[in-house]
Design a protein around this ligand. Structure first.
Ligand code: DGI
Ligand code: FE
Ligand code: FE
Length: 188
């Protein structure tokens, strides 16, 4: 599947705003894949579909999480987290993508996971820094990612955790596990 075909398949599932975001994530992820040395074509497909399930009804997502025996902890945390694993599932069954590395990059694009692959990292950080994003701290992450991918991920996770804490929101444990994993790898 090429970029044009993939974009055509994802477009009906997104709003215009989210489609523009998706293109930003895709271009950013491809640049990073080339820079850091993972397959740009497959990273591109993962990025195009990363928010595939963003607009599914909550009840449909909840049912998929239960039926597919995904970590049911998810249901105790913000429904904003659900579209990532549900998206990986739907991209397999509705789009027919079976490439596990692509599916994992989609599945873990919101929380990350310990020991992320390069493709996971490129999609994760591209989602955070794509040109349409404008929140405090994003420019610093854009600079850091040019020098050190892992430092950029650590910084983005720190920002996200601080942001959620300031809003008195619970933090999904996987987000902390990802943070711990990446910080330990920076300071072995
Ligand atoms: O889907 P996007 O908006 O492009 O970005 P995303 O998939 O990174 O989702 C971001 C949302 O997920 C944002 O509203 C914050 C929320 N989120 C990310 N990590 C956590 C989280 N929410 C909770 N409760 N806990 C987390 O660890
Ligand atoms: Fe997302
Ligand atoms: Fe996104």
């Amino acid at each position: 599947m090429n970029r044009t075909e993939a974009l055509k398949l994802v477009k009906p599932h997104l709003t215009e705003h989210r489609y523009v975001h998706t293109i930003g994530v895709t271009d950013t992820a491809v640049d990073l894949a080339e820079k850091y040395g993972t397959d740009p074509q497959r990273t591109e497909i993962a990025a195009i579909f990363h928010d595939y399930a963003k607009f599914r009804p909550k009840e449909e997502m909840r049912q998929i999480i239960i039926d597919q025996s995904f970590n049911e902890d998810l249901l105790e945390y913000s429904s904003e987290l659900w579209h990532a694993p549900v998206g990986a599932y739907l991209v397999r069954y509705e789009i027919g993508i079976n490439d596990e590395e692509i599916l994992n990059a989609i599945k873990y694009h919101t929380s990350g996971r310990p020991n992320m692959t390069l493709m996971d990292k490129c999609v994760f950080i591209a989602d955070y820094i794509e040109p349409g994003r404008s929140f405090p701290g994003v420019d610093e992450v854009r600079e850091v990612v040019q020098k050190d991918l892992d430092q950029a991920i650590a910084l983005s996770l720190r920002n996200t955790v601080q942001f959620l804490m300031k809003k008195n929101q619970p933090i999904y444990p996987a987000t902390f596990l990802t943070y711990n994993s990446i910080v330990k790898s920076l300071n072995p």
